[in-house]
Design a binder for this molecule. Sequence first.
Ligand code: TRP
Length: 466
Amino acid sequence: MSEPKVWAKKSTFIFAAAGSAIGLGNIWKFPYMVGENGGGAFVLVYLLCVLLIGLPVMMSETIVGKYSHGNAIDAISKTAERSNASQWWKGTAVLGMITIFIILSFYSVIAGWAFDYTYNFAIGEFTGKSADQVGKFFGDLLADPKRLIIWHSVFMILTALIIARGAQEGIEKSLGIMMPVLFILLIAIVGYSMFATGKFSQTMDYMFSMDFSKVTPMVVINAMGQAFFSLSLGMCVIMTYAAYMRKDVSITESSIYVTGLDTLMALLAGLAIFPIVFANDMNASAGPGLLFVTLSTAFAQLDTIGLVLGVAFFFLVIIAAVSSSISMVEPFVKWCEERFGVNRFVTTFVYCFAVWAFGLISLFSFNIWGKVDVLGTGKNPFDLLDFVSSSILLPLGGLLVALYVGWGMSKKISREQLFSLNGFFFGLWLFVMRFIVPVLILLVFVSSILGEAKMNAIINQIAAYF
Ligand code: TRP
C-alpha cells in the first residue's frame, strides 16, 4: 500500500477539525439558544456537556480515523476486523453520511442568507432601517425563492471548488487563510462590543451568572444536542479528518484544542452579539431571528460603523459556514475516491449538485411550500428534515459511535492510540464512553422524540416517587 495521505503541517488537524466545528452552530445557534434557555444556566450546562461528553467522543472519533488512515466506512471496518467485532458497525458511518447529506442541504440555504446580508450591508441597503424594516427585509428574503437559490448555489459551488482540489491543496490551504481571518474578525467585533457599547458587564452578567433554578431537564437536553452539533460529532466527520492526521500528533491534546477552540468561539460570539443587542434595548431571546433581525437592526442604527460591522460580521458567518460545509462533503468524496477510484473532481461536483438539488426542498419550505404539512406531522418539509436530522439522526449517530468505541472496538486499539494518557485518565475515558455517554444520549434521544411536554410530565412523575 502507498503511504497514507496526511496533512502537510502538524497543526492542520486542529485547524481542520476546529474549522468543521466552528460554524453556524457557534455564531448563529449558540447565542440564540443562550437567549432562549435562560442565559448563564444554559452556558454552564453547555460547558459541562462539552467537557463530559463532547471531549471524550471527539477523542473516540479521532482514534478510529487516525488508526486506519482511510475513509470513515473503511476506518470502522478495519478497526472492527482487528477487534473481531461485527462489520455491521460500518452502518454507523453510512448513517453519518446520510445525515450530513441532509444537514448540508439546509445548512447551505441558511449560509446563503449570510451572503445576501453581507452584500446588502455592503451596498448600504440596511443603513438607517428600523426594526420593522429589517424584519420585513428578512421576510422578503425568505419569501423570494430566486434570491435564495442564487446564494444557495454560490455557497455550494464554493464548497465544491475547495473539496475538488483535494485534502492538502483544497482543505488545508483554504483553512490556512479562513481560520485566521475568522479569529481576527470575531476578536475585532468583540473588541468593539466590549469598548464601544458600555454593555459589557451586563453581558457578562447575562451569560455567566448562574441561576440554578433555570436549569430544567429541557435545558440540559438542548445543551447536549447543541454540543453534538457544534462539535460536529457523531457523523464520522471528525473521523474522516483524523484519517489525515500525522503520526506525531497527539489525539488527546488535539481533541482538547479543538473542543476548547469551538467553545471559545461560541462564547466569543455571545460576547460580540449581546452587548450590541442590549445597547439597543432589544430582546436577547429573539430565537433564530437574533442575528438576522435583532443584531442587524442594531447595526442598521449605527450608520457607517454599522455598515462596516455588518459586512464584517456576516462575512465571518460565511467563512465559518464554508469551513464547516467542506467537512460535510469530504467523508463521501473520500469514500468514493478510495472505494471506486473515481475522479475526485467529478465526484465532488456530482455530490454537491445532489446536495444542492435536495436543498431546494428546504429552500421552498421558507416560501411556496411553507404551509405544506408532511404526512400530517404538522411540520413543513424543512422543519421535518431539520427535526429528523438534528434531533433524531444526530444523537443516534453519536450513540452508535459511543457504543462502537466503548463496547464494539477492542480496548487495545484505544489504549495504543491514547498512549499519552496515564492509566487513570484512560480508565476514566473508557468509563465515560461506555456508561455515561450512551445513557445521556439515550435521554436526549427519547426526549426529542417525545417532545417537551411529555418529557416534563414523565420527569415530574419520577420526581414524585422521591
Ligand atoms: N459543527 C458545525 C457548526 O457548528 C456544523 C457541522 C459541521 C456539523 N459538520 C457537522 C454538524 C457534522 C453535525 C455533523 O455549525
